[in-house]
Design a protein around this ligand. Structure first.
Ligand SMILES: NC(=O)c1ccc[n+]([C@@H]2O[C@H](COP(=O)([O-])OP(=O)(O)OC[C@H]3O[C@@H](n4cnc5c(N)ncnc54)[C@H](O)[C@@H]3O)[C@@H](O)[C@H]2O)c1
Ligand SMILES: O=P(O)(O)OC[C@@H](O)[C@@H](O)[C@H](O)[C@H](O)CO
Length: 488
């Protein structure tokens, strides 16, 4: 349902050229003949970031030729992305950036862009009978779950939200003055409103880089309902709400001022909020959609019974090697994925890590050799400026799901897992040297890094995955690897 202002450019300066046409539905319709009315909202989305706009909103845009599936997209923490997009009627330019040039398209599947603090609006949309699904890209941190997968009550926002839910889910009307702050609590309030409105089935579709993301979301929401003593909401969840697991893939870096200028120069649109992504895209989904969904398969999405092998392939091979590059590549002075993977030493570390990981993936149906070759090509695309500093954020959570499972599997098979150990060593060295990007573990991470000698390795690894400490050889090996990175 998008317009067709496809065009080619090769990027530009950081200046927005004077003039140009403001991007909004009236101007788009006048220029291209596209429908000027937004599609009716049938999808609510939490986490209006770059990835949602490059992935789910793009899939919906391509699939929804009849303009029937509009998205109401909510930011998670700051209103800025919603304000910028609302000023453009939800429209934005998607820059598909290949090694040869840019292809730019206006995406119009977001019908409403809303500040996440507007919990009233979210609740209204989730309760509406026309709404069929809720998608999420709130980052791994946004689920606010502890290492045991349960709501992290040590997080003050979660504790406050449980209190709010306890007082409001059973009340005749929600008191939104102290409305929930965390994504799952907001969603649970919406589900309770949907129960009251008598609307039927709803599918909740997690699109974050987490293993078993559907099941994790399901367990987190059920546990919140339990903590809030919300029996009726819990029963409604069990009867009417399904949780869909997904493996999602499209490398999407942060937009830069140069990208804004490139759109203006290539298309004439004055767009404050474009998104850059790679041409590659993949979406594998598993679960029930009781109230329907867009025909995402028209854009290449696949629906499978067992998502686990796809999920592990992507999380370990792509995200695992991204995490490797973020610490081991950065230690060698590299700034972006393409720079780091262009360093033959670092590239060989990536290949070694992949060799460890693929031993624990099914050989059938995953085409692992082709997948790895394609990954190298994607990482080599130097026109995508994917910053290692961005990828390296929240390493404790990411190492837990991307590296630790491979290392544990290698050790269980009687091998050393040297390539996985190297990633942990690079991360430990960066933590000790104060070179780590921001991490949700904050003070605990700083305290662990400040401990002396092997103690710091033990304390740091505990933050990643306490199970790693059950094998003393891992601590010794990570200490040695960290020593090697400290001297890089
Ligand atoms: N960017 C990619 O290449 C990519 C690819 C695959 C999957 N993903 C998944 O999508 C997520 C978002 O990536 P992005 O590129 O859109 O990032 P982004 O920074 O552009 O957007 C993140 C969104 O999540 C919200 N958010 C952040 N922290 C939150 C919190 N604690 N609670 C609630 N909401 C919160 C933000 O407000 C924003 O709306 C990633 O963390 C990852 O799980 C990203
Ligand atoms: O988005 P994050 O922070 O979970 O991880 C950083 C990258 O590894 C990730 O965004 C990949 O680019 C993406 O998963 C590719 O599909």
């Amino acid at each position: 349902m998008s317009d067709a202002t496809g065009t080619e450019s090769a990027g530009g300066s950081a200046e927005i050229p004077a003039g140009g046409l403001g991007l909004n539905r009236r101007n788009l319709s006048a220029r291209t003949g596209a429908a000027s009315e937004p599609a009716p909202v049938r999808i609510a989305h939490l986490g209006l970031g770059a990835f949602h706009r490059a992935h789910q909103a793009w899939y919906t845009d391509v699939a929804d030729e009849a303009n029937e599936w509009g998205i109401a997209a909510f930011t998670g923490r700051s209103p800025q992305a919603a304000e910028e997009l609302a000023a453009q009627d939800g429209l934005y330019s998607l820059i598909e950036r290949s090694v040869d040039g840019d292809s730019i398209t206006v995406i119009d599947s977001i019908s409403e862009a809303v500040d996440g603090a507007r919990v009233d609006r979210l609740v209204e949309h989730v309760a509406a009978p026309d709404t069929a699904l809720v998608t999420l890209t709130v980052t791994e941190d946004g689920y606010a779950l502890g290492a045991d997968g349960r709501p992290d009550l040590a997080n003050p926002s979660v504790a406050a939200d449980v209190e709010w839910l306890r007082h409001n889910l059973g009340a005749a009307e929600f008191d939104l003055s102290g409305a929930p702050r965390t994504a799952l609590a907001r969603l649970l309030a919406g589900v309770e409103a949907r129960r009251r409105s008598g609307a039927g089935a709803l599918a909740i579709v997690s699109c974050d880089n987490l293993p078993e993301n559907g099941e994790l979301t399901r367990a987190g929401i059920f546990e919140l309902a339990e903590l809030a003593g919300a029996t009726a909401t819990r029963e409604h969840l069990a009867e009417h709400v399904t949780f869909v697991s997904t493996s999602i893939d499209r490398i999407t870096p942060k937009t830069t001022p140069a990208d804004v200028a490139a759109v203006a120069a290539a298309t004439g649109w004055r767009d404050r909020s474009p998104v850059v992504t790679e041409p590659f895209h993949d979406w594998v989904l598993s679960g029930e959609f009781g109230a329907g969904r867009p025909a995402w398969e028209k854009a290449g999405a696949r629906f499978v019974d067992d998502i686990d092998p796809f999920e592990r392939r992507k999380l370990w091979l792509l995200n695992g090697s991204h995490t490797l590059l973020a610490y081991a590549g950065a230690a060698r002075g590299h700034r972006t994925v393409a720079e780091a993977v262009g360093d033959p030493e670092v590239r060989s570390w990536v290949e070694q890590f992949w060799a460890e990981a693929v031993r624990h993936l099914p050989a059938e149906g995953l085409d692992l050799d082709a997948y790895r070759a394609a990954l190298l090509e994607r990482f080599d695309n130097a026109r995508i400026q994917h910053l290692l500093g961005q990828i390296g954020q929240d390493g404790t959570t990411k190492l837990r799901v991307r590296i630790a499972p491979v290392l544990r599997a290698e050790r269980a098979a009687g091998r050393g897992g040297e390539a996985s150990v190297r990633v942990l060593g690079a991360w430990v060295a960066a933590a000790r040297d104060g070179r780590l990007p921001a991490d949700r573990a904050g003070d605990a991470l700083a305290a662990a890094a400040a401990a002396s000698g092997e103690r710091s390795v033990v304390d740091l690894l505990r933050l990643v995955d306490p199970e790693l400490l059950e094998d003393p050889a891992i601590v010794a090996a990570v200490s040695r690897a960290a020593g090697a990175f400290a001297s890089v």
